[in-house]
Write a protein that binds this ligand. Structure first.
Ligand SMILES: Cc1ncc(COP(=O)(O)O)c(C=O)c1O
Length: 441
């Protein structure tokens, strides 16, 4: 476990409300010091829905989708935004994105089922995956998925066997770009397991073009996630262009990857700067009139959500451990990628900090450390703790470690809260074990 770092900075002396810019767009602090999301107070949310819970600012989510959609369209009319549903695999999020006119990327049958259930038209879906099974491709083709992103030659073999009519595809290439991000989030380097290197891509293009069923719309790449610098995205666009000697195409899909601020120290590019860079690169390197597609996940959803916990234990052992009723089972990112987060005592937002603590989870791992070295008012058992910027890849990675139950998702807007996904129950989990529950087993 990382040691507690005392923070003798000005920031450490600021009350929790100084962190409000990290919280969803429609967050505020009442005069009594209580955090509200979408106009709903955290005490009411905890009372109605329990903790831990993922609390979403619905209008903030919608606005972010509109910002990216309109920002791209204004800079490059022939373009499209595809919601990477893996970042927040939830029916409600798919509904919001589809209503905002976004297409949806589904990586595998589970996300396909979710997006179909949300009413996303199949022809506006992009099917991804480096290990698509025959069953998944069969399901996707039967549903009428608009675009399959071909990752390898086995995809081509399967598609040729399964497609009964013309099927639009993109070919994913390895651009040989390794942006600065966590190793597990870098996907465009030469040794990536995703896509094909240029020489093999040429062979794949020839095969697809020779097929009487597959229609090659263009190329795809995705260089990684949580990228806090715009420059690699410009290089990525360049890597797709005719200069790569792969030919000229009508569609260029450059994936997602734009990073976001998680902590007060982070600096992330504005969406507008990212869009400026990719559209300038598209003008410079892609054929005029080619369609530019992006697949944001994190930058669409991360800020819209807050995880609400309740403090269960406060322990002083030379360090102060503030343990909450969740942890790496509902936010694996810290342990998986080392992503730092912030947190606040959510009904004491105006109190100045009195201590430096480690916020830890309840899972049996020393690595289950949600925030190290956090300055906060003296914490008490029962306090509500809110962790901002948890919209991306937290619900995705939620798991049952130590019998944890996946938290509910609650959408808030204009002072109203509504359940979007229920809390998992012990019965849900035990239902999977029905065979062994039979006394005759
Ligand atoms: C193919 C593809 N597109 C888009 C994304 C979304 O990336 P991000 O959430 O970083 O925007 C991912 C995520 O890893 C991806 O694999």
């Amino acid at each position: 476990m990382t040691p507690t770092k005392p923070m003798n900075t000005d920031a450490a002396r600021e009350p929790g409300e100084a962190l409000l810019p990290l919280f969803p767009e429609h967050s505020s602090v009442t005069p009594a010091g209580e955090l509200t999301i979408g106009g709903v107070g955290v005490s009411e949310l905890a009372e109605r829905f329990g903790t831990p819970a993922y609390i979403v600012d619905e209008a903030g989510l919608r606005n972010q989708a509109a910002l990216i959609r309109d920002g791209l369209a204004a800079r490059r009319p022939d373009s499209g935004v595809v919601f990477a549903s893996k970042s927040f695999p939830c029916v409600a999020a798919c509904k919001v994105m589809a209503a905002q006119g976004l297409a949806v990327d589904v990586a595998g049958a589970g996300e396909l089922v979710m997006a179909l259930a949300a009413g996303v038209p199949a022809d506006r879906m992009y099917l991804h995956g480096n290990a698509k099974t025959t069953a998944e491709l069969t399901m996707a083709l039967a549903a009428g998925v608009g675009t399959v992103v071909v990752d390898n030659f086995d995809d081509i073999d399967r598609l040729e066997q399964l497609a009964t009519g013309p099927q639009r595809v993109l070919l994913r290439i390895i651009p040989g770009i390794s942006p600065h991000t966590h190793e597990s989030q870098s996907t465009g380097g030469d040794d990536s397991k995703f896509g094909l290197p240029a020489d093999q891509a040429r062979a794949a293009i020839a095969r697809i073009r020779a097929s009487d069923r597959l229609r090659l719309d263009g190329l795809h790449l995705h260089i990684g996630s949580q990228i806090l610098d715009t420059e690699p995205f410009g290089r990525a666009v360049q890597a797709l262009g005719p200069v790569a000697a792969l030919g000229r195409f009508g569609v260029y899909d450059i994936g997602g990857g734009l990073g976001v601020r998680y902590t007060r120290r982070d600096q992330a590019p504005a969406v507008e700067s990212y869009l400026d860079v990719i559209t300038a690169a598209a003008r410079a390197y892609l054929p005029a009139g080619a369609r530019l597609v992006i697949e944001p996940g994190r930058s669409l959803v991360a800020r819209s959500c807050v995880t609400l916990y309740r403090v269960t234990t406060v322990k002083h052992t030379g360090r102060t451990f503030v343990a909450v009723d969740g942890g790496m089972a509902d936010n694996l990112d810290v342990a998986l990628t080392g992503q730092p987060f912030e947190a606040v005592l959510a009904t004491r937002m105006t109190e100045p900090p009195a201590e430096v603590v480690d916020v830890v989870g309840r899972q049996c791992e020393s690595g289950d450390l949600l925030v190290a070295g956090l300055a906060m008012p003296a914490p008490a058992v029962g306090d509500l703790l809110a962790m901002p910027v948890t919209g991306a890849y937290t619900y995705t990675l939620a798991n049952n470690y130590n019998g944890a139950l996946r938290p509910p998702i609650v959408f808030c807007q204009d002072g109203q809260a509504r359940l979007a996904a229920e809390r998992e129950t012990h019965d849900h989990v035990l239902a999977l074990h029905r065979p062994a529950l039979d006394p005759a087993w």
